[in-house]
Every structure is written in structure tokens, then in C-alpha cells.
Design a protein around this ligand. Sequence first.
Ligand code: ASP
Length: 586
Amino acid sequence: MYRTKTCGELRLSDVGSEVTLAGWVQRLRKMGGMTFIDLRDRYGITQLVFDEAKQAELCERANKLGREYVVQVTGTVSERYNKNPQLPTGDIEIVVTALTVLNASEVPPFTIEDHTDGGDDLRMKYRYLDLRRQCVRANLELRHRVCLEVRRFLDSKGFLEIETPILVGSTPEGARDFVVPSRMNPGQFYALPQSPQTLKQLLMVAGVDRYFQIAKCFRDEDLRADRQPEFTQIDCEMSFVEQNDIITLFEEMAVYLFKTIRGCDLPTPFLRLSWDEAMRRFGSDKPDMRFGMEFVELMDVLKGTGDFAVFNEAKYIGGICAEGCASYTRKQLDQLTDFVKSPQIGAKGLVYARVGEDGSVKSSVDKFYSPEVLARLKEAMNAKPGDLILIISGPDTQRARKQLCELRLEMGNRLGLRDKNKFALLWVVDFPMFEWSDEEQRLMAMHHPFTSPKPEDIPLLDTDPARVRANAYDMVCNGVEVGGGSIRIHDSQLQAKIFKILGFTPERAQAQFGFLMNAFKYGAPPHGGLAYGLDRWVSLFAGLDSIRDCIAFPKNNSGRDVMLDAPSVLEPGQLDELCLKVETKS
Ligand code: ASP
């Protein structure tokens, strides 16, 4: 037997018992004839002690151990003289009587402790060592618990967990596919699923009624902040449901997870905002509702009421009111201006107005506006003495709102209003069906092509498709989209029409989605579903800044696994087998 106890479980009540432990040497300290070792395993750290005076030979061998050596020790549990209240095992130590080295270790490239000296790249290269650190491992343990609770909840609601294939056909859902060449079918390729979307719909046609899967999804996108090319979804689908049924059930699931994982009670029902309203009030379809600072549209107040050409030419003028920030210095205001003018945000400038303690308004555009207009601005913004009004404008409403949204979030950060331990959940509903893509010069599905239009908007499909709203919904928490879904189309004619609006020829639609449209001919039930982003939920629960930290082996920002050194070139023999020849365009 390698061990009788783990390194995390011994307490004062065990004093006097003989135990055998196995683990890694985290630290070794020599102090006045005594050697102390912190022995670590998954469960914790236990102090070992060797007394040179009593066991010279044993102590000498202990002194030769290096960091991360794997050892087995037998000894007696004793009460510690210097207790360590930081450690659950901090009241005891093991007076060692036998030591076996199970494996040696080279000096690790960084210290394997919560506060490590290893930089990001090094930690990713040696991720298996990084994962030995308690703070990193804790995220994986949390992830495991979330999966367990998800399964428990969905099982209690009658969902069946069903696996769908990883090697599928290419069915673009908005992102690019990762493709896999087929040796047995030369020149042909599988694609990895961007999500099990069409397969779960086929399971509804198959009468499964309630399906879920903790599913790996793959999207070959340029990596934006906090995206991974492969990620995990809690993917769900239900038959004979309307939007409200889905929202109610998955709200219950969110409440259940917050209760079981974080021990907190979420107020229900969650707020529901239409996409239109979310854009108008927060400039985002995933507003962070932990704080207010809502947009106020100022076209009436500032356009055409003074000589400021920028506002007079604008299609949108909007402001936010930062409470108590009138005392911002010139330097702070310059920083904010630089922030909104940075290439990522792209605003042309920032207009500000300070409300003095006497209620007077001093703005950066004073010379263009009469005191009456500025007073109206203050009133429209509901600004109090001591407040700072920040205004963004532009020729494109959507873009200007996005810029103001970034500014709002930045102010939220500066004012400490985005507390990680506070959770503000809401649903955003009534998304537009389509959005215009400048790049592709066509309408694209905002959610995916299988989403149904709102019944009352169906006539608009023929006349003004851009105005059609979808039966689509997102769950948002703290400004992050944590899940989203829709009621699907279950009628092959309507599905064909949507493909047409999306620019598919009937032949291409048939070639790519024929299997789905055919299935719809055989009695497809009304159905809908949703997918939660597992990585995002876990990071939220753990208070992590990046989803990377809750993934055992993540990719870096260039989509590389630096530990496996993947992707990599293939051996010529492998390419031959696949009947492939690689020519890279430079
Ligand atoms: N398949 C969708 C997605 O990955 C989720 C859904 O509509 O259920 O976003």
C-alpha cells in the first residue's frame, strides 16, 4: 500500500497514530539540527519532520531530497510546536521513521506554489506542473462539481445525456470550421462541430424530447480576448416548448447552480430586456447590470442647439453620468479621452461636462452652447452637483453606442462598481434575426440559421428581412453572455426560405443542410433549446479573469498548445496516406 492517509486529512485527533503518506516535496527547510519538509498531494500539505540528533542517517537522506521529488514516508502524527493556522493540517506534523524515494525530479522551471515565479508561457509549457499548484487545481475541482450539479439538475428534469459525433460534416454556423482529412475517402474532409446544433435538432425529430450533453465545440476564429478554439458547452434541447418554457427552466438551473456552487440566492425572475432596449440603455446585448450609469440619448438637447459641428452632424449623441466624478483632474479626463480614441474603441473624441457644487455646468464645449442648453443637458442627464457627464457621438448609432458602452464599463471599473462577488443576471430577448455583414455583403444569421422568426414578423421576411426579430434569447451575467439559444424552425419550407435570405442557392442549402430539411419532412416537433458556456460559468463562479484558468490544457492566444507543440507539420508519409500535398501560401 503506497499510503494510508492523504496529505490533507490529518488533525489533532490523529496525534499518536502511525501513518504512511505519499506525495511531492514542496519545500525543505533546515533549522538547528531539524529538517522540515512540506509534503504535497492533491488534498493538501502536511509537514514532515526529521531530527538529526535522533535519526542521523534518515535526516541525511531527507536533506538530499530536491523539490518535486516523489516520496513515501511512514511516521507518527505529533502535535506541532509552531502551529500554522493557514493550513487545515497546520496543528500536526509527522515525525518520520521511514523514507522511500519513489521518483526523483529535476529542478522544476518555476516554484509550485500559489504565488509562483513562473510567467504565463512557462506555466503553459509545463502545464502539468502548473496544475500541481493548489490554486489552479481548485479550478478543475470546481469545474468537476459544476458538471456534477448540471447532470443532477438536468437528470431531475428528465433530460437524457446523449453523445453526438465529433467527426461531422461542415455546417457553418457563423465561424470557420476546423477540418479533418479522411484517409478512407481521399480528398474528403470531416469538420469538427462548432456545436451539436443540427444533431440535437435531429434528436428532437427522433423523439428524444429532452437532450443534453456537456459537449466539446470547435470554432476556428481569430482569437479574441478570452476565447478558445475548443471550448465546452452545456448543450440542451427540448421538444414541445415555447421560449418561456425554456427561459423558466434554465433560469431555475442557474439559480440551482448559484445555490449549490456559490451558496448564494439569486432573485427571480431575472430581468428580461429586449435586444432593442439593451442596446438603447447600455449599448450592448450583454449589459453589465451590476451598476447603473444608463445611457441618455441627447440628440434633442445637443443637436442643432449650438454651433458644435460634431454634434450637429451626428446620427447619435449619448451620455452617461458618473456620480461624484466632477472633481476628475484634467489628466484623468485626458486619460478617458485617450481611452475612447484608442484604436480598439475608435471614438473621435469625448465631450465632458462637470456639474459644480453650486449646480453650474462647465463643459468642454461651453463656447458652442448657451447656459440654457447646458442646464437642459444637466436636467436630461439627471446630474447632481459633483457629477461628471461624459458624452460620445458619431455618424453610426450602433458604433457610437458601442463606444459609449466601453466607456461605461471603464468607468464601472474605475469606480469599483464591478464587484466579482456580486452577480447580476438577466435575459436579453427578441434579437434581430439577421445582421448585415460588410465583409460578406449579405445578411447573416445573428444567432444561427436554424432560429425561428417571431410569428408576427414572418411577413417581413419578404419585405424587410433586416427588421425581423427572432425567437432567440441570451442569458447574461455581469456583462458576459453565459448562455444562449432559440426556438428553432421545424418547417422545411420556412427553413429553405431562411437559407435563401442568407444567400444560399437551393443547391448549396440542399448539399449542406439537406439532411435537416429532409428530416423536417417526417414530423418534426416544435422544439428549442439553449447552450450554456461551461468554461464561462466556471470562471464566473471561481472569480477568474480568463476561461483559460479553468481549462486543464488550454491553447494560447495564437491557438497553440505550447506544451504539445500543436499544431505541427505532418510527416510526409502521413500526408501520402491522406493523398494530400501541402503548399503553404506565404
Ligand atoms: N448552438 C447554439 C450555440 O452554440 C446554442 C443553441 O442555440 O442552442 O450558440
